[in-house]
Design a protein around this ligand. Structure first.
Ligand SMILES: Cc1ncc(COP(=O)(O)O)c(C=O)c1O
Length: 384
C-alpha cells in the first residue's frame, strides 16, 4: 500500500477547496474597505453582499438574517450575549444548554454562573443524545435562551433540535443551535429546524479560518458583543474580512451542489470503517449510535491504553486523528462529552475520533483499516 498520510481530522479543520482558495485570493485584491463610499470600497462591499446571499441561500434563510463574525466561537458568544444583556438590565435570567456543548458555549455559561445567572445543563443518554424530555420541565418564567448543538463535534451525534425548537416555541423562548459541525455533513434548513439563531464556522466546511456567522431570524433581538463601528447592522463592529467572507460564501455555494453526493460518499466509507473494525477488534466500543450521527464522524474507544498513546502511534504511521475537540486535545483533559455518556474510565481514556471529509478516499480508509488494528494489538500487548 503506497499511502503515506491520511488526514482524518476534518471536524478539527478542513482544507480549502481549490475554487475557494481562488476566490479568497481574488477577493484579497479588492482591498478597499467595504464601509468606504468609493469604488474600491463598493467593490469589496459587493463581494460581501454576494457572499451573504450564498450563505443565506445555503441555510434557506431570508435576506438580512446573517451576521458575519470572526469565528464560530464568536457567533456563539454573540448569541449568548443576549442572556448577559438581559441580566445587566436587571431582568432575572436563566439559560438552558447541555453538558456536551463546545467550550465556547460551556465556558461562557460558566462565566454567566459567576455573575449569578442560573444555568441548566441538560444531560445526555448513553448514546450521546441530549435528554430533550427534560427540557420542558426545566423551562422557567425566567428562561431567556436555550442553546443546544445540532451535532456533537466529538461523537457526531445528531441532536433532536426540531423537538427542542417546538417546545421552545410553545413557551415563547428563543432557541439557538450551534451547527458548526453539521454544515456539509447533514442536510437541513433553518426553517426545517425551527430555530431562532444558528452558528456557522468557515473552516469546518472547506472555507477559511477566521470567519464565521450567526443566522438570526430577527437580528434586532441581538446586542453587539464588540463595540465600535456600525458594520453588520450594528451587531458586530470591526472592518469586514472581505476575503474570508467571499471564500466562505464560495465554499457554501459549492457544498450546496455537492452535499448529497458528499454525504453518500462519506457514509459509505464510514460504514465500511465501522464494519471492518468490529471484525478486526471485537472489544471496541463505538461512542454514540453511528446510525444517528454525522455522515463523517466515528468515535471509538479501544478500551486498551489511552488516547495519547493511540494518537502518537497513529501519527507515526501517518494517520492524523484526534481525541475529540481540538481544545480538549490541547489541554489533555479527558473528553467532557464521553464523560457525560459513561463513567467507564477505559472507555473515556481511549476514545478516539476519526472524522472523514469529502476528499477522503477508499485507499486511505483501507490503509487505516490495515494499520490501526496492528497498533491497538501492539499497545494491548505492552499493557498486559
Ligand atoms: C461544535 C463547535 N462549535 C463551535 C466551534 C468553534 O468554531 P471556531 O473554530 O470557528 O471558533 C467548534 C470548533 O471546533 C465546534 O466544533
Amino acid at each position: 500500500m503506497t499511502v503515506t498520510s491520511v488526514y482524518l481530522d476534518y471536524n478539527a479543520s478542513t482544507p480549502l477547496l481549490p475554487r475557494v482558495e481562488k476566490s479568497y485570493l481574488k477577493a484579497s485584491h479588492h482591498f478597499g474597505n467595504p464601509s468606504s463610499f468609493h469604488r474600491p470600497g463598493n467593490l469589496a462591499k459587493e463581494l460581501v453582499e454576494e457572499s451573504r446571499v450564498l450563505v443565506l441561500d445555503f441555510l434557506g434563510a431570508d435576506p438580512g438574517q446573517l451576521i458575519f463574525t470572526g469565528s464560530g466561537t464568536e457567533a456563539n458568544n454573540l448569541v449568548l450575549n443576549r442572556v448577559l444583556a438581559k441580566h445587566l438590565k436587571g431582568t432575572p435570567t436563566h439559560f438552558i444548554t447541555s453538558e456536551i456543548e463546545h467550550s465556547s458555549i460551556l465556558n461562557t455559561a460558566q462565566y454567566f454562573e459567576t455573575l449569578g445567572i442560573k444555568v441548566t445543563y441538560l444531560p445526555v443518554n448513553q448514546e450521546g443524545v441530549i435528554q430533550i424530555d427534560r427540557l420542558e420541565q426545566e423551562i422557567t418564567k425566567h428562561t431567556t435562551l436555550i442553546s443546544l448543538m445540532l451535532a456533537n463535534n466529538e461523537t457526531g451525534v445528531i441532536q433532536p433540535i426540531k423537538e427542542a425548537a417546538l417546545m421552545a416555541k410553545n413557551k415563547h423562548i428563543p432557541i439557538h443551535t450551534d451547527a458548526a459541525q453539521a454544515i456539509g455533513r447533514y442536510v437541513f434548513t433553518v426553517s426545517d429546524l425551527g430555530i431562532d439563531y444558528l452558528t456557522l464556522s468557515g473552516h469546518k466546511c472547506y472555507g477559511p479560518k477566521g470567519i464565521g456567522g450567526l443566522y438570526s431570524k430577527d437580528p434586532q433581538t441581538l446586542d453587539s458583543l464588540i463595540r465600535g463601528g456600525s458594520q453588520e447592522f450594528g451587531k458586530r463592529a470591526g472592518t469586514l474580512n472581505t476575503s474570508g467572507i467571499a471564500a466562505f460564501g464560495c465554499a457554501l455555494s459549492l457544498l450546496k451542489k455537492s452535499i448529497a453526493s458528499d454525504i453518500q460518499h462519506m457514509s459509505h466509507l464510514k460504514n465500511m470503517f465501522i464494519t471492518q473494525l468490529k471484525i478486526s477488534l471485537p472489544n471496541i466500543t463505538f461512542n454514540g449510535n453511528p446510525d444517528q450521527s454525522l455522515s463523517n464522524t466515528i468515535n471509538v474507544s479501544f478500551n486498551v491504553s489511552d488516547y495519547e498513546a493511540i494518537l502518537m502511534n497513529l501519527d507515526l504511521a501517518g494517520i492524523y486523528a484526534s481525541s475529540g475537540s481540538a481544545c480538549s486535545t490541547g489541554s489533555h483533559e479527558p473528553s467532557h462529552v464521553i464523560q457525560a455518556m459513561t463513567s467507564d474510565p477505559k472507555r473515556i481514556n481511549s476514545a478516539t475520533r476519526f472524522s472523514l471529509g469529502k476528499m477522503t478516499t477508499l485507499k486511505e480508509i483501507d490503509y487505516v483499516l490495515d494499520t490501526l488494528p496492528k497498533i491497538i494489538k501492539k499497545l494491548d500487548k505492552v499493557n498486559t
